[in-house]
Design a binder for this molecule. Structure first.
Ligand SMILES: N[C@@H](CCC(=O)N[C@@H](CS)C(=O)NCC(=O)O)C(=O)O
Length: 248
């Protein structure tokens, strides 16, 4: 089902929605999909939304394979051109449609720092979300694995250090790195609550990000995906206890 993405939502940076022909294949539970919703909102870009039915394997179909050989969401199709990997999509949207370069500066040094944070999201932060999700849904975890929790704490430590140079992950200005990281962090943070005493800058950054009007597009999905993981762990536990009883 294709749904028109309403842009009457007011972004702090752009109030007019640009007429584009972009379809976003996504699911609300996916942090990188939500990152694209937020970036589009900030840029004032109108998107056609196509929900991908992942539980029923829609991302594994030959049609989907044509737009993304990785078989992941999000993917955008812009006038026939498919772009996948959320960080590449966010950069593409900025390069193609941003009215200024605030969110993804063209300056090579600034851009290098933002790229580094985007890779941090892929390689460190989102990797923990992904590991947790897979452990629960594929391997039947009944509790969040300690290894993932340890790595998550390390991510918090790293982000606290990023924030030493300013209120945002790359200094004084909001960038696509902040948007990518906030959607991931808020999809997993309840598993290792962030303490103000240990990560004061991170707590402040989260509050700042949540205060932007565009953040509303992240709120429900971030909450629901964590609830879904908790419910599944409970179900896994009941199943494990049931089969243990049977063998006794
Ligand atoms: N690095 C990718 C990650 C994409 C990703 O792993 N998406 C998940 C949903 S959150 C997915 O589509 N998983 C499907 C699968 O792995 O089968 C990005 O930023 O787009």
């Amino acid at each position: 089902m294709i749904r028109r993405f309403s842009c009457e939502f007011v972004s702090p940076f752009s109030k007019i929605s640009l007429p584009t022909d972009i379809t976003l294949h996504h699911t609300e539970l996916s942090p990188p999909s939500r990152a694209i919703l937020l970036v589009a909102k900030v840029l004032g870009i109108k998107l056609e939304l196509k929900n991908v039915d992942m539980p029923n394997g829609e991302h594994l179909t030959p049609e989907f394979l044509k737009i993304n050989p990785q078989q992941t969401v999000p993917v955008i199709v812009d006038s026939g051109v498919a772009v996948y990997e959320s960080h590449a999509i966010a950069a593409y949207l900025c390069d193609s449609y941003a009215k200024d370069d605030k969110l993804y500066p063209r300056d090579h040094v600034k851009r290098a720092h933002i790229n580094a944070r985007l890779h941090f999201d892929t390689g460190y932060l989102f990797a923990q979300f992904s590991a947790l999700f897979e452990d629960i849904f594929v391997y039947g975890a009944t509790e969040a694995p300690p290894k993932v929790l340890t790595h998550l704490r390390k991510c918090y430590d790293i982000m606290e250090r990023f924030l030493e140079s300013g209120p945002f992950l790359c200094g004084d200005h909001l960038s696509i790195a902040d948007i990518s990281c906030i959607t991931t962090l808020t999809s997993v943070e309840s598993f290792v609550p962030i303490e103000k005493s240990r990560h004061p800058k991170l707590v402040k950054w989260i509050a700042t990000m949540k205060s932007f009007s565009f953040y509303e597009l992240n709120r429900t999905g971030a909450h629901d995906v964590q609830e879904m993981m908790r419910n599944k762990m409970k179900e896994n536990k009941e199943l494990a206890e049931g089969s243990a009883e049977k063998t006794n």
